[in-house]
Ligand binder design. Structure first.
Ligand code: NAD
Ligand code: TYD
Length: 350
């Protein structure tokens, strides 16, 4: 029985990952620690909350005492660190919050793992720390080229800078202590349970409520979209087979402009739900400060070494995603009745 410590498991990707792992494996135990910030939602894990192989602990990854206690009381085999402040727009308003959670939180986890895993000559066998990072640490691409694992780090936003800083600390634990680690850098995820401050769930929700659809600047910024279940599969492979000390980029050539995404969502809703909706709902608003133009992953390494490729095309994934939000209106209502409403008002002065 292997024990996984998943941090940030009440958030979007973490909750998908926990469900994916419990479905796939019979012989694992999962401990989920999450601070339950505005983005953490235990409703995401309702389907497995009574599973005897799953245990939730509310804790801040920056809380040294709480984290050490968890490591002392449990024989943790793998740490998968999803916990982070994750929204670029918030990071522009409150950078310190991001440095604390993303950098200090990471070093606190690394230390607790190192202290319990170290032996006289190195580290216990079959232990590993996996840092879930982002392609945003590489900065912004021009019209051509892709991010490889050796692309220099060149983050621009406080969010991506805090993630890059965390990556460097993780690397330092490998270089200095030979701690067993992997770093994964994925592109933009989409799918069920994503907090509706991010582009895709925000646009779906606004469309369904006949609200304006805010598009930053000219809408021609490009992101490389990854369906969350494909991401979970890739992380699982990295945990099982990733070479110690290595970085793996995760993405699959699903680049789309923001305006294309918004129009695709409108088209689907117009055709299937509400034929009154038109492109007139689109509102070009002030551009994000320091807005990265294009992200694009070169997934050659993970494909060659671990045999991973995404299974979901953007066209399939976006329809699955829209349908999920349509079928889970209660989830969306509960989420949007809280913090998000306030945030939306602040962001767009409505
Ligand atoms: P999310 O914002 O939906 O969830 C983050 C979770 O972390 C929440 O449950 C929150 O409560 C928890 N958390 C925040 N600070 C914490 C702290 N100090 N202690 C404990 N828990 C804390 O984020 P997500 O989209 O699921 O992203 C997960 C990870 O993947 C992040 O590290 C993010 O940087 C990375 N990532 C996300 C994307 C994406 O498209 N969503 C893309 C690339 C990388
Ligand atoms: P987002 O989902 O915040 O992810 P990230 O900034 O981490 O890539 O944004 C995706 C893209 O969509 C990004 O180019 C910013 C843009 N965007 C909008 O145009 N309007 C919005 O309301 C939001 C939230 C994002």
């Amino acid at each position: 029985m292997e024990t996984y410590l998943i941090t940030g498991g009440a958030g979007f990707i973490g909750s998908n990952f926990i469900q994916y792992m419990l479905k796939k494996y019979q012989n694992i135990k999962i401990i989920n620690i999450d601070k339950l910030t505005y983005a953490g939602n235990l409703e995401n894990l309702k389907s497995i909350e009574n599973n005897e192989k799953y245990n939730f602990i509310q804790a801040d990854i920056c809380d040294k005492t709480a984290i050490s206690k968890i490591f002392i009381e449990n024989d943790i085999d793998y740490v998968v660190n999803f916990a982070a402040e994750s929204h670029v727009d918030r990071s522009i308003k409150e950078p310190e919050v991001f440095v604390k959670a993303n950098v200090l939180g990471t070093v606190t986890l690394l230390n607790a793992a190192k202290d319990t895993w170290k032996t006289e000559n190195g580290f216990k066998e079959y232990k590993k720390y996996i840092q879930i990072s982002t392609d945003e640490v590489y900065g912004s691409l021009g019209e051509t080229g892709y991010f490889t694992e050796t692309t220099p780090l060149d983050p621009h936003s406080p969010y991506s800078s805090s993630k890059a800083s965390a990556d460097l600390i993780v690397k330092a634990y490998y270089d200095t202590y030979k701690m067993p680690i992997n770093i994964t850098r994925c592109s933009n995820n989409y799918g069920p349970y994503q907090f509706p401050e991010k582009l895709i769930p925000l646009i779906i929700n606004n469309c369904l409520n006949n609200k304006e659809l805010p598009v930053y600047g000219d809408g021609l910024n490009i992101r490389d979209w990854l369906y969350v279940e494909d991401h979970c599969e890739a992380i699982d492979l990295v945990v099982q087979k990733g070479r110690i000390g290595e970085v793996y980029n995760i993405g699959g050539h699903n680049e789309r402009t923001n305006i294309h995404i918004v129009k695709t969502i409108i088209d689907y809703i117009k055709e299937n739900i509400d034929d009154i909706i038109t492109y007139d709902l689109i509102k070009h608003v002030e551009d994000r400060k320091g807005h990265d133009r294009r992200y694009g992953i070169d997934p050659t390494k993970i494909k060659k070494e671990l045999g991973w490729e995404p299974k979901t095309t953007f066209e399939e994934g976006i329809i699955k995603t829209i349908k999920w939000y349509l079928e889970n209106g209660k989830w969306m209502n509960n989420v949007t009745n809280g913090e998000y409403q306030e945030y939306y008002k602040k962001m767009y002065n409505k």
